[in-house]
Design a binder for this molecule. Structure first.
Ligand SMILES: [Fe+2]
Length: 371
């Protein structure tokens, strides 16, 4: 039996001021927002709310220790709603604070503590990548396990996902490129997942079209095209979030997590590194079914033959974001073995969604080709 779920109520707003007024943001709210968001958009708004910048609790990607630091800082403070304005990492952290019990975080993520929702959760994305506002997944780096781990549970769904294109305007170029490529990968991995359905595929395809057309315009016209397509990228990211929230992500994400955790490579960039080798290997092992459908669809968007899809996609993506070899990220050959261990042992949830089964030898082959 197949199922498909969209949980949050989706709201579209023109500005953060409009949202704050409509939702009467203030006392009783726990608000997650970076300093930059606070300065650029929140001045004079949200008075009386408890405001947290997760950067006060550590640098780099969010970890269990960072979440525990925030939880200790909030001890004894009461709130009735959690509102998060930020990239996927801030949204993923904020989701946990709408739960009754989150400590110790490693136990929560290893499903030794059942997640139970305690208050309303409202998520506002400021990047066009993770689609976190639509999913029931929170992803953290767990320091004790040396990898990122996802916790998927319906208690982590937002009650409202609020989409405001204005919030994407001052996203730096690399953050924009990495997050939009991440969204494209969500759309692709969910499309070729064995859990894909007619419903998820519709969202995946529309996300791919919006992102690729936007990228094509940006490569030709530069920044002004990006501003023109902001709403498209925000919608695409949410569409892809709906698709992968139901059908799952797969090997691209699984292989990128050890790189992201060990070398602090941003999530979208680490995914970009893995994307083409994973799909080329799928194709080598079995060219048919949803992979063939994907290649035909991408060929139409990219204006090329099916056989040239990966080459043309690489050309397009490198016009948006540059990435490096594993050696240039500082990975040693010895670490590749540990990376493969993590993928095969800790990322089974994702590896179960691969288009075809990938063995440890396949994973080692991909890492080896990227060194
Ligand atoms: Fe992702």
């Amino acid at each position: 039996m197949q199922s498909f779920k969209i949980q949050p109520k989706i709201e579209l707003a023109d500005s953060l001021a409009e949202f704050c007024q409509e939702f009467q943001v203030g006392p009783g709210d726990l608000l997650f927002a970076s300093r930059r968001t606070q300065q650029n958009y929140l001045q004079g708004l949200a008075q009386g709310a408890i405001i947290i910048d997760y950067r006060d609790f550590g640098s780099g990607e969010p970890t269990d220790t960072m979440v525990e630091g925030i939880a200790h800082a909030l001890a004894g403070r009461d709130y009735k709603r959690v509102i998060a304005i930020g990239g996927g990492t801030i949204l993923d952290v904020a989701k946990l604070f709408a739960l009754q019990t989150i400590l110790p975080v490693a136990k929560l993520f290893q499903q030794e503590i059942p997640p139970v929702k305690k208050c309303e959760l409202i998520l506002l994305p400021t990047t066009c990548g993770t689609g976190s506002e639509m999913t029931n997944i929170s992803i953290l780096s767990l320091t004790s396990l040396s990898t990122k781990l996802g916790l998927a549970h319906d208690a982590l769904y937002a009650d409202h996902a609020v989409l405001i294109p204005e919030l994407l305007k001052d996203l730096p170029d690399r953050a924009f490129g990495a997050s939009a490529i991440d969204a494209l990968i969500h759309a692709m991995e969910s499309f070729t997942s064995p859990r894909a359905t007619a419903f998820t595929k519709m969202f995946s395809l529309q996300a791919m079209e919006l992102i690729i057309k936007g990228f094509q315009d940006i490569v030709v016209q530069g920044r002004k095209a990006r501003d023109k397509h902001l709403q498209d990228f925000l919608l695409a990211s949410s569409y892809a979030g709906i698709a992968f929230g139901n059908a799952g992500c797969a090997a691209v994400h699984a292989l990128s997590y050890p790189l992201g955790a060990a070398k602090h490579v941003p999530h979208g960039e680490a995914n970009a590194v893995m994307l083409l080798p994973v799909y080329k290997l799928y194709q080598e092992k079995h060219y048919g079914g949803s992979l063939r459908d994907l290649c035909q669809y991408l060929a139409g968007l990219l204006g090329c033959q099916e056989m040239d899809v990966w080459l043309r996609l690489e050309d397009l993506l490198t016009g948006i974001l540059s990435w490096k070899s594993l050696a240039d990220y500082g990975v040693t050959k010895d670490e590749l073995d540990a990376f493969a261990d993590v993928v095969m042992n800790k990322q089974r949830r994702l590896m179960a969604n691969n288009f075809v089964t990938l063995t440890r030898h396949d994973v080692e082959k991909i890492y080896g080709s990227l060194y």
